[in-house]
Design a protein around this ligand. Structure first.
Ligand SMILES: [Zn+2]
Length: 174
């Protein structure tokens, strides 16, 4: 078991103030490639400005997913053969389907976050001829960790949506 401590201050997803006040913690489980269960302690933080409560999301997790971000990323990239994830075909299929459905939305989120932050807009001249992975490369780079680089800003901007099936696949908290 280990504790999550983000080194940088996390902005409140609702109002953008710094989340400084720690008011507790909770456990979050995730599965490793070999099928072991690991437990993280995640801090519960209260915004001193708008009083809403948020949970720190470590880079290695994806909200409501039972596998770690890096492992989901490997499934989505499909570079590891055989797959590193000790999961059945149906689970792998569901992960891919989840991502393909979410992808246009996530790209939309990244574009709107970039606009809010006054970053230069990513130009996509020929969307139709590009693969999903080429498009990811344009936004967050294609080096390992791309899924975390997509997930974190979207969560921090309070734009993350969880589908019913994704929610049901989350492990119960112990
Ligand atoms: Zn706030």
């Amino acid at each position: 078991m280990f504790y999550v401590r983000c080194t940088e201050l996390i902005p409140c997803p609702c109002c953008g103030s710094d989340l400084k006040k720690v008011i507790g913690s909770r456990k979050r489980q995730y599965l490793t490639t070999s099928g072991d269960t690991k437990i993280l302690i995640i801090r519960r933080l209260r915004c001193s400005n708008c009083s809403r409560i948020h949970h720190e999301l470590p880079d290695l997790l994806v909200p409501y997913k039972r596998y770690a971000s890096a492992e989901i990323e490997q499934v989505l990239t499909g570079t590891q053969s055989p797959p590193v994830l000790a999961a059945d075909d149906a689970t792998l299929y569901r992960l891919k389907k989840w991502f393909n459905i979410q992808f246009p939305y996530l790209i939309g989120c990244l574009r709107s976050i970039a606009m809010r932050l006054d970053q230069e807009e990513v130009k996509e001249p020929s969307v139709l001829t590009r693969s999903v992975h080429q498009r990811i490369g344009l936004y967050v780079g294609s080096k390992p960790g791309w899924l975390a680089r997509i997930v974190r800003p979207v969560v921090n901007a309070n734009l993350w949506v969880h589908t019913r099936s994704a929610f049901l696949s989350a492990l119960p908290l112990s």
